[in-house]
Design a protein. Structure first.
Length: 228
């Protein structure tokens, strides 16, 4: 959500609530995946980087595939034109999402489901935020009892990558717009649907692993797979 929308929600809450209710009712006969794809295309038409990135991640969470996003862009060519489609692809390249890499597009139906080592279990300290740098980004791990919960260190608002110094207590503060994310629940700012992307994890021997396919999208099976 942009700073302008945040301001309007606070300044005119009744009017903005009616606006969001209208949007929800307008798409009530569409399934969530279809609504998500349409939202992505509208952001491409408006060429709003923050909105595009936010709604693209939301679409991926709803189960929309990279191939479907690309198809939707090309099908909207008569309205968008080549320049806007190229703009959208530039955004995708900057986001560096695994699903959109060329090697994945070359294999129909291919998916990345590679498990990679994140940390040894001895490195996970209870009662604190554990941070590890992997694949060019930081991953933040909290402990719920004996269960590790891993959060992708990328802001769902504009894709800004978090660093350890952005942690304040149990809160991750975005250096871009000051948005605050709870590292226990993943929940973002009030009056916002934003939340941190939870990564699929499992234990193998003395190591905690994460599923790198979902490190950028957050589209994970939240169930934790464990073995001794």
């Amino acid at each position: 959500m942009s700073e302008a929308l945040d301001y309007l929600i606070k300044a005119r809450p009744e009017a903005m609530q009616a606006y969001f209710s209208f949007l929800k009712l307008a798409g009530k006969h569409l399934d969530p995946r279809t609504r998500a794809i349409i939202s992505v295309i509208t952001k491409v038409d408006n060429q709003t980087p923050a909105g595009f990135r936010q709604y693209l991640r939301r679409a991926l969470k709803e189960g929309v595939s990279a191939a479907e996003i690309i198809d939707a862009l090309l099908l909207a060519f008569p309205s968008l034109g080549l320049s806007k489609i190229v703009w959208a692809v530039d955004q995708l390249l900057e986001m560096d999402l695994p699903e959109f890499r060329l090697e994945m597009q070359a294999v129909p139906g291919a998916e990345l489901h590679e498990w990679r080592d994140l940390a040894t279990l001895a490195e996970l300290q209870p009662g604190r935020i554990n941070c590890f740098e992997r694949d060019g980004r930081h991953i933040f791990v909290t402990m719920a009892g004996n269960e590790p919960i891993a959060w992708d260190g990328v802001c769902p608002h504009r894709g800004i990558r978090f660093k350890p110094e952005n942690v304040s207590g149990d809160i991750l503060v975005c250096p871009g717009h000051g948005h605050r994310f709870d590292l226990v629940t993943g929940q973002g700012p009030e009056n916002s649907s934003e939340s941190l992307n939870r990564l699929a994890t499992r234990t193998r021997g003395d190591k905690l692993q994460y599923q790198c396919a979902n490190a950028a999208t957050g589209a994970v099976d939240p169930r934790q797979e464990k073995s001794s």
